[in-house]
Design a protein around this ligand. Structure first.
Ligand code: TEU
Ligand code: CA
Length: 559
């Protein structure tokens, strides 16, 4: 397996709106990030993935871009962005920008032109169709509820928007659109960025004719995924982007693909003819959803988590590369879902961190995850800001007359604002995030959970992450070792090994508040053992068999 810097790195995701506000307007900004670079350096991360900071009307917090070459006024200026980048580079931190090019904002000049007339030179930059019998061109549902089509008065036609109606899909079939996108990427490479995260990149190619989705229930709009996920020209478009732009530079690239299976993962990330370095698949995140999508919720099972993670570990080995993540700005807080955010918040957050960082792939830390930040339960729908949450709430409560209490419970479980409450810096008002009125409320637990406390406490989750990152730099086996699941059928323990040459890591995680017995499989032989990291005090005991404490995790290096 080839050695690469992006395999050896740990990435930290910054969601700028919620990270740190430097000027008291309640909105996180670029200067705010620069102020916290020492904090990131202390943690030891190698790369920052910065969620979008481009000019945007913020219908979807920057994922609706109105100018790809300018910085959002609320976040600051290009000069401040350059200072931030310099500040990162001086500290040895690289920067990944978010590339959101499945769609633009409806306020982008391309779209403003495009909607003007059917023969405007930008018309074909987007996907316009006449209506059918006074209705939308097909029955597709948007990711964010309702129809994926919006009728536009100017010309009487509809445009496609897989996300919000302020995020019209770009028409990748048009070579001009693709070359505009290449130019945008070159622009940021020239400014010195080190890589890109490719937003929703598995929906850029739609099936010709845009066929109606299969009707599976009596909803007005239906899931058309089979006609826009992994469309016929997706790989060709990405290959072109790679050949024309990415491959000419030493970049790190990661594809966000909510639909990817193993074969797609290999096609995208293999080192021979792949198009990106690594991918975010969603299979583990989807363990808390039923067939009806993210609002059709269910409990996850450890057996399924083992099956999904193990499949990606084993099947990508030597053929592609995993991104390791349990949180981001679209997902609830991992300690609230996969750990225990009540009695065992600190223990379970450390266990999850260890369990994830010891797998094969590049680990991602989402802002606040290193503090064990938790989900939030705001009392009113008015306290929420996310367009996805509001669209869903309206559809469920107003149109389908579902009980609002039931809908709020769904939001508490999987709403994206769980991860978007302001970063908790200290115990002062608004968690030290802003001196003004925060754009979204702070999680009320900030007095207990915050960075200042964490930095004072050698046993904090923060220092646990720091140690995991240090270990990664010391032991090649953490980056390059092969994974093997052990104790497959155990209902509480998730254990695996990583092996490189004559070195073996033994990673043991108790995913429960019980005290199950760990029994070492007989075929794991060794002559000496070294405890690399744990979340409880561990004595010099025999590891052939021992009882684990609630959410206990240990990593041994066996030689
Ligand atoms: O998300 C794309 C994506 O795959 C969505 O299905 C995502 O899972 C969604 O948040 C469902 O809850 C990306 C961004 O990460 C997201 O923040 C944006 O809203 C979206 O693209 C549109 O740009
Ligand atoms: Ca600000």
């Amino acid at each position: 397996m080839s050695k690469q810097w992006w395999k050896e790195s740990v990435v930290y995701q910054v969601y700028p709106r919620s990270f740190n506000d430097s000027n008291g307007d309640g909105i996180g900004d670029i200067k705010g990030i620069t102020e916290k670079l020492d904090y990131l350096q202390e943690l030891g991360i190698d790369v920052v993935w910065l969620s979008p900071v481009y000019q945007s009307p913020n219908d979807d917090n920057g994922y609706d871009i109105s100018d790809y070459r300018d910085i959002m006024s609320e976040f600051g200026t290009m000069e401040e962005w350059e200072e931030m980048l310099d500040g990162m580079h001086v500290r040895g931190i690289k920067l990944l920008m978010d590339l959101v090019v499945n769609h633009s904002s409806d306020e982008h000049t391309w779209f403003l032109e495009s909607r003007k007339s059917k023969d405007n030179e930008y018309r074909d930059y987007y996907i316009w169709r006449p209506g059918k019998d006074g209705k939308a061109p097909n029955n597709w549902a948007s990711f964010f509820s309702g129809s994926a089509w919006q009728n536009d008065e100017e010309t009487g036609e509809y445009y496609l928007h897989l996300f919000s109606k302020k995020q019209p899909d770009l028409n990748w079939e048009n070579p001009k659109v693709r070359s505009e996108i290449h130019d945008v990427v070159r622009f940021w490479i020239d400014k010195g960025v080190d890589g890109f995260r490719l937003d929703a990149i598995d929906v850029i190619s739609k099936t010709e004719g845009l066929p109606d989705a299969k009707v599976v229930n009596d909803d007005q709009y239906q899931w058309g995924g089979e006609y826009f996920f992994n469309g016929p020209r997706m790989m060709e478009f990405l290959k072109e982007l790679d050949d024309e732009v990415f491959s000419k530079h030493d970049l790190m690239t990661v594809a966000e693909t909510s639909s990817a299976d193993i074969d797609r993962g290999i096609a995208l990330t293999n080192e021979q003819d792949g198009v990106v370095n690594m991918l975010f698949h969603f299979e583990h995140m989807d363990l808390t959803s039923g067939p009806g999508g993210k609002w059709d919720q269910k409990d996850w099972e450890l057996a399924d988590l083992k099956r999904v993670m193990t499949k990606w570990q084993n099947d990508l080995e030597g053929k592609g590369w995993n991104s390791l993540y349990m949180e981001n700005h679209d997902q609830p807080r991992s300690v609230s879902v996969f750990g225990n955010d009540k009695e065992y918040r600190v223990k379970s957050a450390k266990m999850l961190a260890t369990w994830l960082h010891m797998m094969q792939g590049t680990p991602y830390i989402y802002q606040g995850q290193e503090l064990g930040m938790t989900n939030v339960r705001f009392g009113s729908i008015e306290d929420y800001r996310d367009v996805e949450i509001h669209n869903m709430y309206k559809e469920q409560v107003l149109e389908k007359e579902v009980d609002p209490v039931t809908v709020m419970e769904k939001i508490y479980k999987k709403g994206r604002d769980n991860a978007r409450t302001p970063m908790q810096w200290d115990a002062s008002e608004n968690a030290g995030f802003t001196t003004g009125d925060p754009w979204i409320k702070v999680n009320p637990n900030y007095k207990e959970i915050n960075a200042e406390e964490a930095l004072k406490d050698p046993a904090s989750i923060f220092y646990h992450y720091k140690k995991l990152i240090e270990l990664r730099k010391k032991h090649d086996v953490i980056v390059y070792g092969s994974y093997k699941l052990i104790l497959e059928d155990h209902s509480e323990i998730y254990a695996y090994t990583r092996t490189l040459n004559d070195e073996t890591l033994l990673v043991i995680s108790n995913f429960s508040d019980k005290t199950p017995l760990f029994e070492l499989p007989e075929d794991i032989g060794f002559s000496s053992k070294e405890l690399l990291i744990s979340n409880y005090e561990v004595g010099e005991e025999d590891i052939k068999g021992f009882k684990l404490k609630p959410y206990e995790s240990r990593v041994y290096r066996l030689t």
